[in-house]
Structure formats: C-alpha cells, structure tokens
Design a protein around this ligand. Structure first.
Ligand code: MRU
Length: 343
C-alpha cells in the first residue's frame, strides 16, 4: 500500500525513494498530488486513479464552491497513458452530475467506493490468474504491478502473490525495467516482503533465459486496453511479448475492467507518454552519457493482441481468440461507469 489517509490527511509512500527509504509524504492539495503523480512518487495505473479521486475529495473540502469540472480537467492531464486516471476522474464528475450532489462528503464517499472496488478487483484477478500457474514454474514479470501500483494486492504481481500463497513453488524473474527501475527497485521490494523467491535480470536478458527454458510463463499489467485487445504497458512489454511468442512461453496480461478504454478502438489510438530524455541518459542524479547526447524516452509501448495468450480480468480469464471475437464489449454495460463501481 502506498496511499493512506491518516487523521484526515492524505499521505503517499514516495516510490522514488524505495527500496532504500520508506518515506511517507503528506499531500496538502490538488497541485501537490498532480506533481507527485507526474514525477512518479505515486505511480501504477490503478493507483494514480485512486490517488486522483482522493485528491479531488480533499480539494472539495478546501474549495466548497469552486468548479469541479476545472479541477477534474487539470487532474486528468497529470499523465496521459493510464486510462484509470481518466476513469476515476470522470466517474466522480458523472456521479456528482447524476445526483446533483457536489458536496465534499459525496466526493469522499465516491473516492472510497473506487478504492474498495479496485481492491476487490485485485483479489478476483489474483484468483483467476493463479489458476493458470503450475507448481514449480519460473515466472517472468515486468515493471511493478503490486500493491504499490494498485492499492490492492496487485494485477500481475497479485497473481504471483496468490500462487505463492496457495503453496505453489514458484520462482520470479524480475525485469529491472529501465529507465526508472520499477522492477529492480519496487517489485523486488514487494517480493522480499513476502519471502517470494526472485531473481532480478536486465530487460535484455529475457530471450536468452527463454532459450534456456528457464521461464515457463509471463504475467504483465496494462495501463490501457483498447477494444480490439491491444494494450499499452511499460516500455519493454512489447519486445517481451515477441520473444515469448517466439519461444512459445505463455504470455498473460492482468488488469481490472477500469483499465479498459471503451472509447479506444485499437492500440494505434493510445497516447504514449514521452518523458524527459535525461531519465535515459543517466539515473538518480548520475549522467553517464557525453555532454550533448540525445535520448528518447517513450514510457510505454503497445502490445498487439496477436501476441497475447490470454487476458486475466477481474471477471475471468479470456483467451486471445475470445478477445479477438469482441468479448471486451460484453463488459460494457449501458451505463458501464456506474455499474463497474457498484459495491
Ligand atoms: O510509469 P509507471 O511506473 O506508472 O508504469 C506502470 C506500469 O506500466 C505498470 O505495469 C502498469 O500500471 C500495470 S498495472 C499496475
């Protein structure tokens, strides 16, 4: 967990400092939360949606008469790729409009409903996904998709956690996930806490390990799923999917329904965040490239559905073929935003 409310104050566990330091930061207002999301102090698709929702509740307490649409419009732009951020912001707007109740108490209730729902969905995904895992498997995962990234037990990492809790003897290979090392720093931190055996590898080692039959399965998360099943996730996921297909290693993505973008037809329509090139040219204050070197830093890539073995959602496991037949549309209810958050 990396987001909490203590004595009415929002606090975040600064993910930039982990695993070296567990540093809780108070969040005083919407501008601060916007900043913390942008700099990845708070990160992970479901987590940034929940953090934004709580921040809007705090904002309303501080600004009882201000225009909600303006605050929501700003928060929606903190990061562009993970649709959970827009989903949570829009849910709050729609619910306030539908009930004509814009009070702080109502927005706070909506934020906690969203959080509770995300936690329940993590549990469902974990159970569905863990049924795919065989005893003794070595599992590869990319980026960080655990409780730091979700407010619940995680997406892909939730599945791994659940398989371990069920007593399956698994070993996890953790992609370090350059440039910001969410795997090497954060996934290893979460696995250590639960005594789940793991080994950290560089992102360019997966194909080699697969050629040696050291990896039996891959689980990754998603930041936005298009209606044709293509999905955006942390940069490096696409190449992992290609090498998995080549080596016939089952490749699964794990996501809650709040990561599906019902307005996005295909992966080509997903906006990919481009971050500061200095994140690539060095790390954590050290620059190792020559003066004047250029860097390029797309934070996500898109994996086509054709490379996916199955998608684990909170409602069950769907094969590639089922997704290609349009099964994601079945999850869209007439007023899907309302339905998805009913508790
Ligand atoms: O840039 P980040 O660290 O927010 O990216 C996070 C990811 O890409 C995760 O894999 C994703 O959110 C999956 S679901 C928790």
């Amino acid at each position: 967990m990396s987001l909490r409310v203590r004595k009415g104050r929002i606090e975040i566990l600064d993910q930039r400092a982990l695993p070296l330091e567990e540093k809780w930061l108070p969040v005083q207002n919407l501008d601060e939360m916007y900043h913390y999301i942008k700099v990845l102090a708070v990160r992970g698709a479901p987590m940034i949606g929940c953090a934004a929702a709580l921040s809007l509740a705090q904002w309303r307490c501080q600004n009882p008469y201000a225009d909600l649409d303006t605050a929501v419009a700003r928060m929606r732009t903190a990061r562009p790729t993970a649709v959970n951020l827009m989903y949570c912001c829009d849910y709050i707007t729609q619910q306030c409009k539908a009930s004509n109740n814009y009070s702080a108490a109502h927005i706070t209730q909506l934020a906690f409903d969203l959080i509770k729902r995300e936690q329940q969905m993590c549990l469902s995904m974990a159970r569905h996904g863990a049924s795919l895992v065989l005893d003794g498997e070595n599992i590869l995962t990319h980026c960080n998709t655990g409780s730091l990234a979700t407010i619940g037990m995680g997406t892909a990492l939730g599945v791994i956690r659940q398989a371990h809790r069920m007593g399956k003897k698994i070993h996890v290979y953790v992609d370090e996930t350059r440039p910001l090392l969410q795997g090497g720093r954060l996934t290893s931190y979460e696995l250590s806490k639960e005594n789940i055996p793991y080994t950290v590898i560089c992102d360019n080692m997966a194909a080699h390990l697969m050629s040696q039959e050291k990896i039996q399965r891959v689980f990754v998360g998603a930041d936005r799923i298009a209606m044709n099943g293509d999905f955006a996730n942390k940069i490096g996921t696409y190449s992992l999917a290609i090498v998995s297909k080549y080596h016939q290693v089952p490749f699964h993505t794990v996501s809650p329904v709040s990561t599906i973008d019902f307005d996005c037809n295909s992966g080509r329509d997903i906006c990919i965040e481009e971050r500061d090139m200095n994140e690539v040219l060095g790390a954590f204050g050290t620059k190792w490239t020559p003066h004047g070197a250029l860097g390029y830093n797309p934070a996500f890539d898109v994996t086509p559905i054709g490379l996916v073995t199955s998608m684990v959602l909170d409602s069950g496991v769907f094969t590639r073929e089922e997704i290609q037949e349009g099964r994601l549309w079945d999850l869209k209810k007439p007023a899907h935003v309302d339905e998805r958050t009913k508790i």
